[in-house]
Design a protein around this ligand. Structure first.
Ligand code: IDP
Length: 140
């Protein structure tokens, strides 16, 4: 199987509780390689643009407020089947439904403050990577 890249965000609830390293360890243990990484404080415009697909959802305002409440760590993860592998390591959106050993089971606080974002398909992965990274920031 070919190498694939996916986009990840370590969300404000996790950076605030100093869980960045523990979450990165989960990615690496799953065979995902971090080929780009930066800590940023998203602007409201950036967060609204990133989550534009959810703008009609009732939780959109709450989600944007949360995503700009603290810094986040945006990353590109590379590996075989990286998109599915990352979704598996993340666990279900709602930590109450997440499997044992997943990031959201161990660390997430709620369905909204759920510690990580990960792309859900090749098209969104490509778009999301481009939204935050230029080609020269990704070192495979
Ligand atoms: P995903 O992050 O597992 O792909 P999505 O359904 O795409 O889940 O939702 C995007 C993000 O929106 C979630 O990770 C979570 O932070 C937030 N979210 C989803 N559902 C709710 C909700 O019911 N209340 C508050 N926030 C939510």
């Amino acid at each position: 199987m070919a190498l694939e890249r996916t986009f990840s965000i370590i969300k404000p609830d996790a950076t605030k509780r100093n869980l960045t390293g523990k979450i990165i360890a989960k990615f690496e243990e799953a065979g995902l390689r971090i080929v780009a990484s930066k800590r940023i404080h998203m602007t409201r415009e950036q967060a609204e643009g990133f989550y534009a697909v959810h703008k009609e959802r009732p939780f959109f305002g709450e989600l944007v407020d949360f995503m700009i409440s603290e810094p986040v760590v945006v990353q590109v993860l590379e590996g075989e089947d990286a998109i599915a592998k990352n979704r598996e390591v993340m666990g279900a959106t709602n930590p109450a439904d997440a499997a044992e050993g997943t990031i959201r089971k161990e660390f997430a606080l709620s369905i909204g403050e759920n510690s990580v974002h990960g792309s859900d398909a090749p098209e969104t992965a490509a778009e999301e990577i481009k939204y935050f990274f230029s080609d020269d920031e990704i070192v495979g």
